[in-house]
Design a protein. Sequence first.
Length: 188
Amino acid sequence: MKAYLIPGWGEGLNDRNYQLVLDVYNRAGYQPEFLPINWNRRTIEDWVEEVKIKLSKHDIRDSLLSGFSFGAVTALSVAGTYQSPERLMLFSLSSYYNGDNPKPSWLKDIGKKRTVSFSAIDFQKLAANIKSPTNIFCGSKEGPEMLHRAGQANKAIRSSKLFIVDGVSHDVTDPEYIKAIETALISK
């Protein structure tokens, strides 16, 4: 089975050592594949469309789909609007949805167009469409907004399990984060 990984906003394979996550997938018996995204001057709708073009409904349905930060938002949106994967893993799900209260500095960083795009998404409605067993991860040092989003996602998505990674900030490649992913893959 394939295991697809969507990176965080603006990142490619080598901007963060995403190979560590892909190696975990490989050791767990998956065929890992990195899904680079064209982030420039684009919104969540564009990122979802890009994944849909790269992967058919069959590719997604018979796979593990995962993402980090904005990549997690993209993976969740693909699973909730296009096709649910066999398994979904959300790493540090960003808190930009309608009803979230991201820091003003975060909104400034992503720009008005992306802010408007994110705020149009009804998280509860999106989460209700997720049919996959889902693992949600968040570092304990990611801040109250991220921890709140992870907790809300865990409540809203059926068949979900929340992993709070102690002592870790916003970094899916931290050794403790990697251990948590390994634990989740073993426990299924």
